[in-house]
Ligand binder design. Structure first.
Ligand SMILES: Cc1cc2nc3c(=O)[nH]c(=O)nc-3n(C[C@H](O)[C@H](O)[C@H](O)COP(=O)(O)O)c2cc1C
Length: 308
C-alpha cells in the first residue's frame, strides 16, 4: 500500500503533517533548515515582535521529568533581523518542499498590524499569530486569547495587513476555548493552532524555597499537556470550519495519529525535541505511516476527525 503523508494546510502543501512548534529552534535559518532536513513538513519561527526583546534572565527552561516548564519571555531580535532569516530560510527550504510559518506577536492590538505587514514582505508561507502568551498591554493585562472579542480584534488587524493565510494560536488557559476559536474565525482566521503552553505553573527548589525559573512561574509543555491539547483540538474541530494545527505533548506517531483522529490537519512538535532531538520528526512520520498501514489508510483524510 502506498501511503501519502502530505497535507494541505490553508491552501499550502506540506510534504508531511509535522511542524516545528514556535519558540523551539526557530531563531536562525541554519537551524530551521536542519529541522527540515530531519524530516519536518514545516517549520515555525520563534515569535517575532517589531522591536528586539531580551526576554527573562536564565534559567528560562527546566526539564522537570514529565515535561518542560519555560519562561523565556519571548526574546527575539525583532522584525528587521528576522525578515532576513525568513528570506534565507525560504530559499533553502524551497528545494526540500518544506514550508515556513512566521510566528508574530505584539504588546498591543495596534502593533500586530505593522508586525504582520513587515514580516509578510519576507514571503513566509503562513503567518501564525501568537495571542496566547502573557502580554503587556496596559488595557488588558492578560493574554489576548483570554477574551474572544479581543482575540477577534487582533485577528482583524493581522488579516488587514497580510496576504498570507493566517493561523491564530490559542491558549488552553481559558474556560471556553471554542468561543475564542469561533471569534477568531468570524474575524477571518484561516486556521487555528491549538495549543500554546499551559499555566503558568510553578516549580520550587525545596532547599531554598525559591522558584527554579528566574522569572518564577512558566508555561507547562510536553506530555503532561497532551490530554488537554487533544480535548481542545477535538472541541475546536467540531465547532469551526477551518483547519486546526494540533500541538501539545506530541512525542510519537501514536500521539500524532491521536491529534489527526480528533481533527488536526497538521501536528506541531516542540518539547519532544528536548528529549528526542531533531530526529523526532522523522520518527513521528515513520510511526504514523505504520499506524496507517495497519489500519489501511492511504491518506490522513481517511481518518481525520473520525475519533473523539
Ligand atoms: C522553550 C519554549 C519556548 C516557546 N516559545 C514560544 C514562542 O515564542 N511562541 C509561541 O507561540 N509558542 C511558544 N512556545 C509554545 C510551543 O510552541 C507549543 O505551543 C507548546 O510548547 C506545546 O507544544 P509541545 O508540548 O510540543 O512543546 C514555547 C514552548 C517552549 C517549551
Amino acid at each position: 500500500m502506498s501511503i501519502d503523508l502530505s497535507v494541505t494546510l490553508c491552501g499550502v502543501h506540506l510534504p508531511n503533517p509535522t511542524i516545528l512548534a514556535s519558540g523551539i529552534l526557530g531563531l536562525t535559518h541554519e537551524v530551521m533548515v536542519r529541522v527540515a532536513e530531519a524530516g519536518a513538513g514545516a517549520v515555525t519561527t520563534k515569535s517575532i515582535s517589531l522591536a528586539p526583546r531580551d526576554g527573562y534572565p536564565n534559567p528560562v527552561v527546566l526539564d522537570w521529568g514529565p515535561g518542560l516548564i519555560n519562561a523565556v519571555g519571548l526574546s527575539n531580535p525583532g522584525v528587521e533581523v528576522m525578515v532576513e532569516e525568513i528570506r534565507a530560510a525560504k530559499e533553502r527550504l524551497a528545494p526540500l518542499g518544506v514550508r515556513l510559518i512566521a510566528s508574530i506577536f505584539a504588546d498591543t492590538i495596534y502593533d500586530f498590524g505593522p508586525t504582520a505587514r513587515y514580516v509578510s514582505a519576507a514571503g513566509p508561507d503562513l503567518i501564525e499569530v501568537n495571542i496566547s502568551c502573557p502580554n503587556l498591554d496596559d488595557d488588558y493585562l492578560q493574554m489576548f486569547a483570554a477574551d474572544p472579542y479581543v482575540a477577534g480584534q487582533v485577528t482583524r488587524r493581522v488579516k488587514g495587513n497580510t496576504d498570507r493565510p493566517v493561523l491564530v494560536k490559542l491558549s488552553p488557559n481559558v474556560t471556553d476555548i471554542v468561543r475564542v476559536a469561533e471569534a477568531v474565525v468570524e474575524a477571518g482566521a484561516d486556521g487555528i493552532t491549538a495549543v500554546n503552553s499551559l499555566g503558568p505553573g510553578l516549580i520550587l527548589d525545596i532547599e531554598t524555597g525559591r522558584p527554579i525559573l528566574a522569572h518564577g512561574t512558566g508555561g507547562v509543555s510536553g506530555p503532561p499537556l497532551r490530554p488537554i491539547a487533544v480535548r481542545c483540538v477535538r472541541d475546536i474541530y467540531r465547532a469551526v470550519d477551518v483547519p486546526v494545527v494540533g500541538m501539545g505533548g506530541v512525542t510519537s506517531g501514536r500521539d500524532a495519529a491521536e491529534m489527526v483522529l480528533v481533527g488536526a490537519t497538521a501536528v506541531g512538535i516542540g518539547s519532544a525535541i528536548a528529549y528526542q532531538g531533531m530526529k523526532v520528526f522523522g520518527e513521528v512520520c515513520r510511526e504514523l505511516e505504520s499506524y496507517m498501514e495497519r489500519h489501511g489508510f492511504e491518506r490522513l483524510e481517511r481518518f481525520r476527525g473520525r475519533g473523539g
